[in-house]
Design a protein around this ligand. Sequence first.
Ligand code: SF4
Ligand code: SF4
Length: 108
Amino acid sequence: MGSIADESEDDASLLDADASSGIHCDTCAACCCRLEVLLLTDTGVPGHLIAIDAWGAPVMARLEDRWCAALERQTLRCSIYDRRPWVCRELEMGGADCVAARQAFIEE
Ligand code: SF4
Ligand code: SF4
């Protein structure tokens, strides 16, 4: 998981700045950072970035724009990269969840 920008008519170009190079976090709007991220292990996520979901489970907090509260909006980088949740570590660039998150973003 990596890296947001304003949702706009340029969404598609944000995701495909260089189509010839394929999927890469450097040319992505951090689509996966809009997904709910369950905190399954303690990786040291700061308390102010943790929320409780509808089922009572701890998750990464998200802001009104729907992106994770830990995402740096200017750089589209994770501000807690070394302490990011296990779920974020496991999500594979170009993998099924990555592709699905990017597609969902485009279709909105
Ligand atoms: S959706 Fe995929 S390409 Fe985009 S930031 Fe996440 S892992 Fe990287
Ligand atoms: S913790 Fe970091 S990598 Fe995980 S969703 Fe939030 S910004 Fe993205």
